[in-house]
Design a protein around this ligand. Structure first.
Ligand code: PLP
Length: 366
C-alpha cells in the first residue's frame, strides 16, 4: 500500500467534476485577478467564521505580513509568538521590520503557554500571534486577557486550524484578525498558494485591501507602499467548491483521530497531546509524542510508513534568529517537543486499514 501524509489525489477524485467546471468558468470569463469568485469566497469565508469581513491574499504568509503591516507594526516594535511553529509566523514579524519575542509552549498541547506571556511584554510590545498548532486552538481566553490588559493586538495564525473552535467561537474570529492559509496540504487547500484574513474590524480589512493591491484604493492612485498579494480567481473558484465540503472533511479527520487515539493511548512509550474540552480540534496534523522519536521514525520509514516532524528545530534556535541572542535551554518545553513530536498520516479519506498499518508499525518499533 502506498500511503502518504496527506493524499490530495483522492480528494480531487471526490470533487473532480465540480472543480473542473469551476476552473473552466474562470478561464472562460478571463477575470483572473480579483474576479467575482474572490469576492464571493470572501463573503462565504467571513460567514463561515462569523466575521464581518474577509480579504483574500496570495498566501498564509502574506496574510500574516499584511495584517501586521495594516496594524501599523514596524521597526522597533516587538511581537510575542511561539517558537514552536512554521517559520512563516516569525518571518512575517521580521518582514515588517519588527522583532519576534518567543514565548515557550505548554507541554500538554504544544501551543503557546499563555501564563508566560505577561513576562514577555515590554514597552515595545504591540501584538501577540498565537498559532493554533496542528489544528488545536491556543488558550484564547488567557491570551486575550493577557493582551487586552496591555492594549496588545491579537493576530491569530490559523494556517493549520481552518474550522477549529475555542469556547464555541471559530478560530480567527477571536482576536483582531485571523490569518488563513490555503496551501494545498492545509485542511482547506487550493491548487497552489492562497490565503485570507478574517476580521470584524472594517478599517483593518480596508487597509489590507489597499495593501494587497499595491497600496491603491482607487485605480492608479497610491496612498501606501503596498504589495502584489491577491488571491487568484482560479484558486478562489476551487476553494468555493471545497468550502461546501470542508465541515464533512473535518468530521472525517476527527473520526480518524479518534480511531488513532483509542488505539495509541494504550501503547506504552506513546503520549497523546491534550485536547482541552472547550476546543474543537480539526487535525490538520495528527501528532503524538514519543521520547525515542528518532529511532521510531526510522523504524517506520523502513516499513514504508510515512511520518513527519513538525518541527525539528524550535525557531529561537534557528540560524536566522542567531542575532536575537537565544540559546539552548531558553525554551525548555519547545526544545523537548522538537525531540519528541511525530505526525502520522492524516487526511479525511484515510482508511482503518491504513491506520492499522501505522499503529501496528508503531507497536512493533517500541
Ligand atoms: C502553512 C503555515 C503558514 C504559511 O502559510 P503559506 O500559505 O504556506 O504561506 C503560516 N503559519 C503556519 C503555522 C503554517 O503552518
Amino acid at each position: 500500500m502506498n500511503m502518504q501524509m496527506t493524499d490530495l489525489k483522492v480528494q480531487y477524485a471526490r470533487i473532480r467534476e465540480e472543480v473542473d467546471r469551476a476552473i473552466a468558468e474562470v478561464v472562460k470569463d478571463a477575470g483572473f485577478i480579483l474576479g467575482k469568485p474572490v469576492e464571493l469566497l470572501e463573503r462565504e469565508v467571513a460567514a463561515y467564521h462569523g466575521t464581518a469581513f474577509a480579504v483574500g491574499v496570495a498566501s498564509g504568509t502574506d496574510a500574516l505580513v499584511l495584517s501586521l503591516a495594516a496594524l501599523g507594526i514596524s521597526q522597533g516594535d516587538e511581537v510575542i509568538t511561539t517558537p514552536f511553529t512554521f517559520i512563516a509566523t516569525a518571518e512575517a514579524i521580521s518582514r515588517v521590520g519588527a522583532t519576534p519575542v518567543f514565548c515557550d509552549i505548554d507541554e500538554a498541547t504544544c501551543n503557546i503557554d499563555a501564563s508566560l506571556i505577561g513576562k514577555k511584554i515590554t514597552g515595545r510590545t504591540k501584538a501577540v500571534i498565537p498559532v493554533h498548532l496542528y489544528g488545536l486552538s491556543s488558550n484564547m481566553a488567557a491570551i486575550t486577557a493577557a493582551a487586552r490588559k496591555k492594549g496588545l493586538k491579537i493576530v491569530e495564525d490559523c494556517a493549520q486550524s481552518f474550522g477549529s473552535r475555542c469556547d464555541g467561537k471559530t478560530c480567527g474570529s477571536i482576536g483582531d484578525c485571523g490569518c488563513l492559509s490555503f496551501f494545498p496540504a492545509k485542511t482547506l487547500g487550493c491548487f497552489g498558494d492562497g490565503g485570507m484574513i478574517v476580521t470584524n474590524d472594517r478599517a483593518l480589512s480596508e487597509r489590507i485591501k489597499v495593501l494587497r493591491n499595491h497600496g491603491s484604493a482607487a485605480k492608479y492612485m497610491y496612498c501606501a507602499h503596498g504589495y502584489n498579494s491577491r488571491l487568484d480567481t482560479i484558486q478562489a473558484a476551487v476553494l468555493r467548491v471545497k468550502l461546501r465540503l470542508v465541515d464533512q472533511w473535518i468530521e472525517e479527520r476527527r473520526a480518524n483521530a479518534a480511531y488513532y487515539d483509542e488505539r495509541l493511548s494504550r501503547i506504552p512509550g506513546i503520549r497523546l497531546l491534550s485536547v482541552p474540552s472547550n476546543c474543537r480540534h480539526t487535525y490538520n496534523y495528527y501528532t503524538i509524542r514519543i521520547p525515542e522519536r528518532d529511532r521510531v521514525q526510522k523504524a517506520l520509514q523502513e516499513k514504508g510508513i510515512p511520518s513527519m516532524v513538525y518541527y525539528p528545530l524550535s525557531l529561537h534556535l534557528q540560524e536566522v534568529y542567531k542575532g536575537l541572542g537565544y540559546k539552548a535551554g531558553d525554551m525548555p518545553a519547545a526544545e523537548k517537543a522538537q525531540a519528541e513530536v511525530l505526525s502520522l498520516p492524516m487526511y479525511p479519506e484515510l482508511t482503518h486499514e491504513q491506520m492499522d498499518l501505522v499503529i501496528n508499525a508503531l507497536k512493533a518499533s517500541l
